[in-house]
Design a binder for this molecule. Sequence first.
Ligand code: NAP
Ligand code: COA
Length: 264
Amino acid sequence: MTSAFKDDLLAGKTAFVAGGTSGINLGIAKRFAALGAKVAVVGRNPEKAANAAREIGGGALGLSADVREYGAIRGAMEQVAQAFGPLDIVVSGAAGNFLAPANGMSANAFRTVVDIDLNGTFNVFRGCYDLLRRPGASLIAITAGQAVNAIPLQIHACAAKAGINQVIRVLAMEWGPDVRVNGISPGPIANTEGMSRLAPDPATREAHYARIAMGRWGEVDEVAECAVFLSSPSASYISGTILDCDGGSQLGDASRRNLGTGLA
Ligand code: NAP
Ligand code: COA
């Protein structure tokens, strides 16, 4: 896609992307690196992290840590700050999800998703605070439409992402004016693990497209552009907001646009 941002926009910046070893967050990490940032990505699987770092290039670091373990994620951040200097951009994007009814979900299953998404976001943001370059740092949590829409089979993700939205708002207040804290809420994004779990078959996907105002799923690069914007000087007065990058998904069912008009 064509980007509106200049090639060296993030030169001299350090970016830490939790959950950046695949999918949307890896796309964000790659975009940061392409615009000149020094980038580190973190996931549980060390091999996946090393491969992601190679894919990003430019001396990127790929580290292994579980966001559910505060000491481990804090240790990874210290390692990155030592290698690259103070953190300018921190993305909290690690998540787990699966379709399951509340009655088909154990207490541990619910807790696991809340632990990765919500507690993980607290751990990432709490852990990075004294390693940030202040003033000027930009924190971004990756949330989802589940935060504001009740969705069957998603009680764990709905609860976790709703919590993340409040973490964003509270930290924006507590940590302003030195640190900006925002969220990005992607809609359904093509070729991701998330959508392969939530819409596994072609028929579900086809039905889905018509309901979205933009008539399609989004691309990883489209979410990455939002992360660049929120980390750029152009967003210097934006804090505590959730940027929906969802083609209008959250507005409701756009396939009803011609209902009763006789139009196709
Ligand atoms: P993905 O490819 O599965 O990425 C998840 C990342 O998080 C991986 O790097 C994974 O690596 C890491 N991770 C998972 N559990 C972790 C843990 N406990 N500690 C540390 N790292 C962990 O997912 P995606 O579909 O691109 O989604 C990325 C983000 O976008 C998520 O926050 C998701 O909720 C959000 N989102 C996605 C969509 C979508 O359409 N896909 C829509 C709305 C929001 P390891 O497995 O090696 O740990
Ligand atoms: N339906 C119901 N329960 C499920 C489930 C499903 N599809 N998948 C996992 N669970 C339950 C497990 O049975 C377990 O509960 P139990 O101990 O009572 O049996 C609990 O969830 C934890 O599972 P476990 O596999 O031990 O967790 P983990 O920490 O290894 O992995 C997950 C976390 C389950 C979220 C796993 O899917 C994951 O690693 N996801 C990361 C990638 C991802 O989801 N990407 C999309 C992001 S939107």
